[in-house]
Design a protein around this ligand. Structure first.
Ligand code: HEC
Length: 405
């Protein structure tokens, strides 16, 4: 009698345990795919920069270990700012719950689950993340990227053939040689004129692309001007990786249905005067700019190269008080992240924007190409830059033409 009862209890425990696990272990279809679709596949899909697609179970499954590692370390999705959730609208960080779900999924053997639970995968029109473009412009000629060596910045022309001004609602730069394109900055100039390097930081800048920013969609009512009779010039930064190839980059644009109320512009603090001593672990470089007009700031984009360590933006108001606007404590030059404010802020004329950066030229910086060199300003990634960009919007009618990014 007694023995029989124990037998029943044992049997119950044995059947109960696996059942419970099957119920609680997260599955790809039900629990993990929704996270990947909202946080990862923007980059991790075919035709994008990231090394593998995470759209289907079969694509994601072989990467389970690596996914666990990156998600636990919180190095994926990439993000560099030390700011509360909610401050930046493009903050991609996973919640603690999402991290737990992914880790539990991997630890349970990364099960597939039931296909019926699978959410609909996000759609991308021919690989464009901005939707179907109204116009696609293509580089006049393909550029030959050598297998090795340093490629100087290239300035390559893209005729638009536009006979009237257009307002850009969304823009995406699609490099062909994704593995070799480090970044692209696009700017406009009157058609047929000789190309000038300065345009990239000057008035005609229409946007850039980096591994982190496939496409830019402006808020409703905000646009960027693409003037009639202009060429788009691409400042192309190619990095060699052992394989020779050709690149013919394209730009897709979606036009605004009507002229926007606000125009997207930008400003920056640039500090080109510095010499980072050999081996210095935290060399400080700073600069500032006093805003000449009331300025509505929408975003911040710190820009340094491989020795970039950290950067802060601080506002100093006319009454002498200061406020930290952005802190990027662990800058990573692989991710040229634009931090888009959830609520754009108006800074009164006379506010000083102070930008402070540190550079790590020591051997313990694993990206450092040569800690024995003194490093100064230059285009190449083994040289340095110190730029604190910001985005602004201005009333379209009142737009000055001199202060654009
Ligand atoms: C902004 C674009 C972007 C987003 C968003 C993003 N990734 Fe990545 N991911 C990349 C790029 C580019 C690489 C390759 C460079 C690197 O390894 O850092 C990468 C690398 C990885 C790797 C390493 C692959 C290897 O070689 O082992 C893993 C794992 C990964 N991502 C997982 C994720 C997961 C999971 C998410 C979402 C929670 C995510 N990523 C979101 C762009 C992105």
């Amino acid at each position: 009698m007694r023995i029989a009862r124990i037998g029943v209890v044992v049997a119950a425990v044995l059947t109960w345990a696996p059942l419970a696990q099957a119920q609680t272990a997260p599955t790809f279809a039900k629990d993990v795919a929704p996270i990947f679709y909202s946080k990862c596949v923007e980059c991790h899909r075919p035709t994008m920069f990231a090394p593998m697609s995470l759209v289907t179970f079969d694509e994601a499954r072989p990467w389970a270990r690596s996914i666990r590692q990156r998600v636990a370390a919180r190095t994926m999705p990439p993000w560099g700012a030390e700011t509360p959730h909610g401050m930046f609208k493009n903050d991609p960080r996973l919640s603690d719950k999402q991290v737990e779900t992914i880790l539990a999924w991997v630890d349970a053997g990364a099960p597939k689950g039931n296909d019926r639970d699978l959410p609909v995968a996000p759609k991308y029109a021919d690989g464009w993340s901005i939707g179907k473009p109204d116009a696609v412009f293509t580089m006049e000629e393909a550029f030959q990227i050598p297998a090795t060596g340093v490629v100087e910045y290239q300035y390559l022309r893209m005729p638009t053939g536009l006979t009237e001004d257009k307002w850009i609602q969304a823009i995406e730069i699609k490099p062909q040689a994704r593995a070799q394109v480090h970044h692209v900055i696009a700017f406009t100039q009157p058609a047929g004129q000789p190309m000038t390097a300065g345009g990239a930081l000057g008035p005609g800048n229409i946007g850039g692309v980096t591994p982190n920013k496939p496409g830019v969609v402006f808020e409703p009512g905000v646009g960027r001007l693409l003037a009639a009779n202009s060429d788009i010039i691409l400042q192309m930064h190619y990095t060699t990786n052992g394989e020779a190839t050709t690149d013919r980059t394209q730009i897709g644009v979606v036009y605004a249905k009507q002229p926007p109320r606000l125009q997207q512009r930008g400003g920056s603090v640039i500090q080109p005067r510095f010499a980072i001593p050999a081996g210095a672990p935290a060399h400080e470089v700073s600069g500032s700019r006093v805003l000449a007009t009331d300025t509505m700031i929408t975003s911040f984009t710190p820009h340094m190269h491989m020795r970039g360590k950290d950067m802060t933006y601080t506002a100093k108001f006319l009454d002498g008080t200061t406020e930290l606007l952005l802190s990027v404590p662990k800058y990573d030059f692989n991710w040229q992240i634009t931090y888009e404010l959830a609520r754009p802020r108006l800074f009164p004329k006379g506010t000083e924007i102070q930008v402070v950066a540190h550079f790590d030229n020591s051997p313990s910086n694993k990206f450092n190409p040569d800690p024995t060199k003194v490093v100064t300003w230059g285009d190449q990634t083994f040289e340095e830059m110190m730029i604190g960009f910001w985005g602004t919007v201005v009333e379209r009618a009142a737009a000055p033409t001199s202060q654009q990014k």
